[in-house]
Design a protein around this ligand. Sequence first.
Ligand code: ADP
Length: 396
Amino acid sequence: MKLSDRALEYRFWQDAVYEKDWKNALDFLIESLRDELVFDNLAIYIIDENGKRSEIAYARAIGREKNAEADASWGEEIADKVMLKNEIVFDSPSEEESSSKRVANPYLAGMPLMASGKLIGILSLIRFGGPVYTQEDISVALLAAVVIAYIFEKRALQESIIALEKVQRQMRLQDDFVSTISHELRTPLGFIKGYSTTLLRDDTEWDEETRREFLTIIDEEADHLTGLIENILESARLQSQTFDMNFQPLRLDVLVRDIITRVHARYENFEIVFTNYSEKIIQGDNTRLAQVFENLFSNTVKYAPKSKIEISIKNEDGNLLKVSFSDSGAGISEEHLPFIFDRFYRVPDQPKKAGTGLGLFISKRIIEAHHGKIWAESDAKKGTRFIILLPTEQNN
Ligand code: ADP
C-alpha cells in the first residue's frame, strides 16, 4: 500500500475539520495526533503578507519536557530551514549527542504548510531523545500539515469575511450619509437663499428690526453651514490620519465651565449640574477639547431634550482624569451603543434630528490624540453617560 493511501486510513483530523474555532480545531487535532505520532513539542509558525515568519501562532508541549511550551524558540531554526528549502526538513543529532544531552539535542522535523500552492506556514515537531522519524511518521505528519494549513486558510477566510462585513456596513452608512448630508446642506442654504431674496425684493421696504432679524438668521445659518462643512472635511482628513494638535497645559474644569456658560447663554432653561473634584492640569488642545464637549452638549439638546445634564471631573488612579457626562434622556439601545462612535453612524430608531453622524467619530479621534479614551454607557429609559479618561501631567 502506498504511504499516501495508508495516511488516509487515519481519522485523527476529523474533529478538527468540522470545528469552527481555529484554536479549538488545533487542540482537537493535536490531541488525536498524539495517538498516531510520538512528539514532545509542536509549534506552528505562520508566514505574514511580507513573506516573513511571524511570531509563533500555536505551540503545545505534550511529552516529558512540558516546560518547553513557553520556550518554543527551538522550532524557529528548523522553521527557517523549511522556508528556505520549501520542503520537509529533519534535524537529528547523533546517537551519542542525543543520549548524553537529550534536551539540548532533540530530533526535529519541519513540515511546510501549503495552501493554494503557497507556503503559508511551518509545522515544527520535536522529540527529546528520539526515536528517529520513520516514513510512517512522516506521512502522518504530512497529513497533519495539510489539515493545519486548511485550518489557517479557514481562519484567514473568516477574518476576511469579518473585514468585508465591516466595509459593507461602512458603505451602507456612507449611502445613508449622502442622503442625510444633502438634506443637512439644503436646509441652511434654503434659509439663506429665502431670507436674502426676501430682503432684496424691490417692491417691499423692511423696517430696521425685521431686516436685522432676517440678517441674523442668514448669519446663523451660514455659521451652521460652515460647521457642517468643517465636520465633513475633518472626518475625511481623519480617514487619512492627519490631525493637527496644539497641546498646551490646561485645566479641564475651567474649559468645561466656560462651555457651560456658553451653553447657558444659548439655552437658558438647561439644567446643568457640574461637580468638580479635580483642578489638575492636563496637556491638551483647548479648541479640540471644547469641540468634544460642545458636541456632547449639542447631542443632549437633540437626543435628550429637556433632560438634566450632570457632569463631574474626578481624579482617577494612574494619573488620569475621569469626566462623566450624563443625561436623563431616552438612552441608546444596547444593539446600537457599540457603533455610535463610528463614522456616519446614527441610531436608526430615534426621532429624526439634524446631524451627520460625524460628531462622536471626530470626538473619539480627538480624545485618542490626547492618549485618552471615550465611551458611552446607556440604560434604556435612564439616559446616556459618556465617560472620558484623559492623562494628567505627571506630578501635579
Ligand atoms: P449626529 O448627532 O450628527 O448624528 P454624533 O456622532 O454626534 O452625530 O452622534 C451619533 C449618534 O449617537 C446620534 O445620531 C444619536 O443617534 C446618538 N446619540 C448621541 N448622543 C446621544 C444622547 N445623548 N442620547 C441619545 N442618543 C445619542
